[in-house]
Design a protein around this ligand. Structure first.
Ligand code: ATP
Ligand code: PRP
Ligand code: MG
Length: 291
């Protein structure tokens, strides 16, 4: 029923992994196959395209639903409906930032220090122009098609580029002067399609599955049994999302406890639970958490 557009490039691998975890596996014959399928009655067709173009195609109604970065929605000033942030980037679950950077030894400390005619390279010319205007800086903005960090200090003086882990900035001897935007990956829809009740319901279902899969990341389910005498000691060290479920076991002075906990720390938690009196401890992977 829905036509879907997914990003090729930086977000491609992480997006396909997320759809897999959400039980919406994207089927393609190869990574050069830009027309894909999802075995789900709510999804009629899937296309894989550059994230820069996705907001415009969604605004024009060429697709109903898509995934792209907030950076490209802002840059293209597209009129689309956001169904929410999906907290993943190329390498981490952190957002990326669109930043203005200069060489470490440049004399400028803030944007308004930049002199008239300063040369700026960026893949985000519209966002950069708006930002410079706000700060009253008259610059020469040169469009970049990538490898932007490599252009300072000889080709340009300043860059406006994305940073996620900061490693590209460090490797190129650059420091951040200011942040233009913090950008998450987002699930976005065509406005008209979103107003259609059936399509909207299908979009909300897909959103729920994707968010459920993201929420489950790094979480695991622990189940254990414990004698009533040791119950409090176990509960004292058992972390949980709300509070652990405690059920008394039939025919004895014993209890079953279960709790969703962070995967990180489970290696010290399980022995500690055992030492506090827990037994029959199970660790069970979780694929989705839906509120
Ligand atoms: N570490 C990252 N670097 C760049 N873009 C990222 C990163 N993490 C997430 N993104 C998002 O991915 C989108 C950019 O994807 P794009 O296809 O341009 O990737 P790319 O790596 O820049 O491609 P190319 O290698 O051809 O330049 C943007 O919306 C951006 O916010
Ligand atoms: O902070 P980091 O984790 O280092 O990530 C940010 C870098 O990744 C992107 O480059 P990309 O791979 O898109 O190459 P490009 O500059 O040629 O587009 C972006 O333009 C930065 O250069
Ligand atoms: Mg790039």
């Amino acid at each position: 029923m829905l036509s879907l557009v997914l990003p090729k490039g930086s977000l491609e691998k992480a997006t396909l992994e997320l759809f897999d975890a959400a039980d919406l596996t994207v089927r393609r014959s190869s990574d050069r196959d830009y027309r894909a399928q999802i075995d789900d009655p709510r999804v009629a067709r899937v296309r894989v395209l550059r994230p820069q173009e996705i907001p415009t195609y969604l605004e024009q109604g060429l697709f109903d639903l898509g995934i792209t970065g907030r950076d490209w929605i802002t840059e293209t000033a597209s009129d689309v409906v956001s169904l929410g942030e999906l907290k993943y980037s190329k390498a981490t679950s952190n957002p990326v930032r669109v930043i203005m950077a200069v060489p470490n030894d440049a004399p400028w400390q803030k944007v308004s220090d930049l002199p008239e005619g300063v040369r700026i390279s960026t893949e985000f010319p519209a966002m950069t122009a708006r930002f410079l205007e706000k700060h009253g800086v008259k610059a020469k903005v040169v469009p970049s098609y990538g490898a932007t960090e490599a252009k300072v200090p000889d080709i340009v003086d300043v860059i406006v580029d994305l940073t996620e882990t900061g490693s590209s900035l460090r490797k190129n001897g650059l420091r951040i002067l200011d942040t233009l935007l913090t950008s998450y990956t987002e699930l976005v829809a065509n406005r008209e399609a979103y107003e259609n009740p059936e399509k909207r319901a299908a979009m909300e279902d897909i959103s729920l599955l994707l968010q459920g899969a993201i929420r489950a990341r790094g979480k695991t389910l622990l189940k254990l049994n414990v004698a009533s005498a040791d119950l409090q000691a176990v509960l004292d060290i058992m972390p949980s999302m709300s509070s652990p479920t405690v059920t008394s076991l039939a025919g004895g002075d014993s209890n079953a406890v279960e709790s969703v906990v962070a995967k990180r720390g489970v290696n010290t938690l399980i022995p500690a639970l055992k030492a506090a009196g827990a037994h029959d401890i199970l660790e069970i992977p979780i694929s989705k958490i839906v509120d």
